[in-house]
Ligand binder design. Structure first.
Ligand code: HEC
Length: 126
């Protein structure tokens, strides 16, 4: 076996799901400033913003807000469960994000938001 193939097999064997799929190969990775804030403002913060009064939220629960990176990190699993995982997304209620936007959301959550959240909430002691 030549060394190049051996090195590739070792890389493939490292067991990191995202490394295996190449999902996180983009450098630099998608960021809140470069992708997230635009996505959230376009699709989510009309109802989920800390700047909205209760009667302005179209029944979105008070406290479920998407207008800061900390909130997005806090709700990352719920964002994934409502937008990325279902065959037909259940947020926003009327739909809207394109397949490409959802793919980028999935990439951003997996490659940046979850890793950042692990550090952030570990430091906060949660
Ligand atoms: C038109 C208003 C509106 C928009 C836009 C909207 N939501 Fe919601 N959201 C709601 C309402 C109403 C509820 C409560 C009912 C429910 O959970 O389906 C809710 C609940 C939620 C919850 C809490 C319930 C749970 O499953 O944990 C999350 C998380 C959420 N939305 C995420 C999002 C995300 C992410 C976006 C943008 C992609 C978004 N929403 C866009 C109205 C909205």
């Amino acid at each position: 076996m030549n060394l190049g193939v051996a090195a590739l097999l070792m890389l493939a064997g490292c067991g990191d799901r995202d490394a295996d799929t190449g999902l996180c190969d983009r450098t630099p990775p998608l960021t809140y400033e470069g992708f997230g804030v635009g996505f959230m403002d376009k699709h989510c913060t009309a109802c989920h913003s800390s700047l909205l009064r209760e009667e302005q939220r179209n029944d979105a629960p008070v406290g479920i807000d998407m207008d800061s990176y900390v909130e997005v990190m806090r709700f990352a699993e719920r964002i994934e469960a409502r937008v990325v995982t279902p065959e037909v997304p259940t947020m926003p209620p009327g739909g809207g994000p394109t397949a490409e936007e959802i793919a980028q959301l999935n990439e951003w959550l997996a490659c940046k938001v979850y890793p950042d959240a692990a550090i952030w909430f570990a430091e906060e002691g949660e």
